[in-house]
Design a protein around this ligand. Structure first.
Ligand SMILES: [Zn+2]
Length: 220
């Protein structure tokens, strides 16, 4: 039975994270983020982990090669348990090449790409409505009138992330677009990307993404 590596792309507010969790549960995929793998390496206090810790402490970005090395070390093991969702990787064209090289040594593994797409206005509106309960921290969204009731504790007081203001959001969206475009381009040229409209309600997106993954499964 061939395995699949599912790559998910989608800007802030696209709901990618929620859908990744859903897919992991629905299909029994292992959901791994490179952030998590890096943190594990640091926690294991290996030579590489110490190097990563130093970079992070100094506020630097962990270089391409190190991220790819971590993925290289962990992915084959994780694939033994079944298909995986790779979150936050590949982020650069260099990392795409590293993943290609890795997959060459893993027969019966196929890469599928899903792009959760929505226009900037939709994502911006969604991010502007995003809040958290002041009392218990549960996440939620303001309704059309701008009010909030916590689904967990019923409190009506909310807080907002400091970087969830209009200008910062637009910058984040643009940043995401420009960072992701070259990577997505590679997969688009391979005709390897399925685009899913991220604008509708979460449940609608969920139904669509389920259908897409079921199709992937029947193809592999
Ligand atoms: Zn609450």
């Amino acid at each position: 039975m061939p395995l699949m590596i599912l790559l998910l792309f989608g800007g802030p507010g696209s709901g990618k994270g929620t859908q990744a969790q859903y897919l992991a549960k629905e299909f029994g995929f292992t959901h791994i983020s490179t952030g998590e793998l890096l943190r594990k390496e640091v926690a294991a206090n290996t030579a590489l982990g110490q190097k990563i810790a130093t970079i992070i402490k100094s506020g630097g970005l962990v270089p391409d090669e190190i991220v790819s090395q971590i993925v290289q070390e962990n992915l084959p093991q994780l694939l033994k348990k079944g298909s995986v969702i790779l979150d936050g990787y590949p982020r650069t064209v260099g990392q795409v090449r590293a993943l290609d090289a890795l997959c060459k040594g893993l027969p019966d593994v196929k890469i599928h790409v899903i792009y959760f797409q929505a226009d900037a206005q939709t994502l911006k509106d969604r991010l502007l409505r995003r809040v958290a309960c002041e009392a218990c921290g549960t996440g939620g969204a303001l309704d059309a009138k701008g009010s909030f009731v916590c689904s967990f504790c019923g409190s009506k007081k909310f807080v907002r992330r400091q970087d969830d203001n209009e200008q910062a959001i637009l910058m984040r969206l643009e940043q995401y677009e420009s960072d992701t475009a070259p990577v997505l381009d590679v997969y688009l040229k391979r005709r390897n990307v399925v685009k899913i409209d991220a604008a509708p309600d979460e449940k609608v997106v969920q139904r669509n993404v389920k259908e897409v993954v079921e199709r992937f499964k029947s193809e592999t």
